[in-house]
Design a protein around this ligand. Structure first.
Ligand code: FAD
Length: 449
């Protein structure tokens, strides 16, 4: 540690990765400061995973209340009140923001609540003009929603604004086909909004197993969510009554009250001073780093979404932990990027780990798939015609289960546990040797023959 600098470590961005790196580095004995230009906790806590999941819970009551009648409950007509849910979610976000600030305070991390930019390999300039120095700078500035360059694009909103809407729109168009698009489609649809997903390409959720995403598409269509594929945006016109007319190439325009851009997230590297000090950027303007998160400038490191490796909170947290342990904890650690589980909190949700069938076809000599296509017991009694699909991908040579893909109620909760088995390299026969826990949906995982 050197006293030639104001700090051993200066972290830019107090999100999932930055907070973990700052507090663990400080706990290891480093003198640490962190700058945050918006709110402590970053995207996940303030306008990502957490408020989104709370809205998903809120939305699912629409189906639960409907199903309850078949289970004997006399549910009088219910009314949904968006401001109540919105304000309760925002209050919870505020509570969590306080917890993040406390964690940093308790670990004696100095907090600067303002934007920071890099003005030298060891120099940071804050928005108020003050200059600080650090032996190491860690860029953990995350990513922001991409907005396409289309006339009238400014009339649309991004996921950032979705948590603050005055009212649930009557008609919404969602641009994109990824997890954020499908999650907000599900949420708005459950709140009685007429939703159309518009996609430039011909498929949704392209990183997921084909059979699973087809099942979501089919269930979403049955529920009444509309899809338009191969439909690039031409222009968006705001009309006198405040509504939007959305013009698409090759198909008739759509009128909507809200347009949500969910077309990907770009690393936050704009105006950070990176190029001036020689930090190399790659595709999508992401910071290029090595396996130890070091950039092309030896004193500058980067973790999380700004590196555009895997844009997920648990990955950013692991990268932050690995950085801190390696640099200040005398414990060199690298993140293992294999078998990272992921989910789409749609209605019903999707969860996945390991190789999809398409990837198995490309990567393995021979593989076998096992599929369970079933109607959950609860759906049968509720009269809900929604089938779940679980799928195991097995490497025929080693017999190891190399992929699990699921769509159905609570799939992410079930998959988190099943992912341990895939990570541990368990074989199909070890799955089969496990006695089923009956009656559950997850027992299907050990009953596929
Ligand atoms: P962030 O958490 O984005 O933190 C970066 C911080 O840096 C921000 O607070 C920003 O204000 C600050 N900052 C930027 N530039 C500067 C600067 N110059 N000076 C000071 N501060 C700066 N992931 C999941 O794992 N599961 C989910 O279910 C999930 N759902 C999501 C839903 C939505 C709608 C969105 C948008 C994201 C979701 N994510 C989810 C992704 C997850 O939020 C990110 O992967 C994660 O937050 C990345 O952490 P990070 O530390 O890299 O960046």
């Amino acid at each position: 540690m050197t006293k030639a600098y104001d700090y051993d470590l200066f972290v830019i961005g107090a999100g999932s990765g930055g907070v973990r790196a700052a507090r663990v580095s400080a706990a290891h004995g480093a003198r640490v400061a962190i700058a945050e230009e918006y709110r402590m906790g970053g995207t996940c806590v303030i306008r990502g995973c957490v408020p989104k999941k709370l809205l998903v819970y809120g939305a699912h009551f629409a189906e639960d209340l409907q199903d309850a009648r078949r289970f004997g409950w006399r549910v009088k007509s219910c009314r949904f009140d968006w401001p109540t849910l919105r304000d309760n979610v925002l209050a919870e976000v505020e509570r969590l923001e306080g917890i993040y600030t406390d964690i940093l305070d308790r670990n004696e991390v100095e907090i600067f609540q303002q934007r920071a930019v890099i003005t030298g390999p060891n120099e940071i300039t804050l928005a108020d003009g003050s200059k600080l120095t650090a032996a190491t700078i860690l860029v953990a500035t995350g990513a922001r929603p991409a907005v396409p360059d289309v006339p009238g694009a400014e009339h649309g909103v991004t996921s950032n604004e979705m948590f603050h809407l005055d009212a649930v729109p009557k008609r919404a168009v969602i641009a994109g086909g990824g997890y954020i698009a499908n999650e907000f489609a599900g949420i708005l649809h459950e709140f009685a909004c007429e939703v159309t997903i518009v996609n430039r390409g011909d498929r949704i959720l392209r990183h997921y197993d084909e059979q699973i995403r087809d099942r979501l598409l089919q269930i979403s269509l049955t529920k009444g969510i509309n899809f338009k594929f191969n439909a690039p945006f031409e222009k968006i016109v705001k009309r006198k009554d405040g509504s939007l007319r959305i013009h698409l190439a090759g198909s008739s325009p759509i009128d909507a009250d809200l347009l949500l851009w969910a077309v990907g997230r770009s690393p936050n590297t704009e105006g950070l001073g990176l190029e001036k000090v020689g930090v190399k950027l790659g595709k999508n303007r992401a910071i290029l780093v090595d396996d130890d998160n070091q950039s092309s400038v030896p004193s500058i490191y980067a973790i999380g979404d700004v590196t555009d490796r895997v844009q997920l909170t648990p990955v950013a947290i692991r990268e932050g932990q690995a950085f801190a342990d390696t640099m200040y904890g005398n414990k060199p650690t690298r993140v293992d990027y294999t078998n990272i589980p992921s989910a789409v909190f749609s209605h019903p949700p999707i969860a996945s780990v390991g190789l999809s069938e398409g990837q198995a076809r490309d990567k393995l000599g021979t593989y076998k798939t096992y599929v369970s296509d079933f109607r959950p017991m609860k759906n049968v009694l509720a009269g809900r015609n929604e089938r779940s699909l679980y799928k195991l991908i097995v490497d025929e040579e080693t017999e190891k289960v190399v992929g699990i893909h699921m769509i159905g109620p609570d799939a992410p909760e079930i998959l988190q546990v099943a992912a341990i088995a895939v990570k541990a390299g368990l074989t199909k026969s070890q799955f089969d040797e496990t006695v089923a826990l009956h009656p559950t949906m997850s027992e299907e995982l050990v009953l596929m023959r």
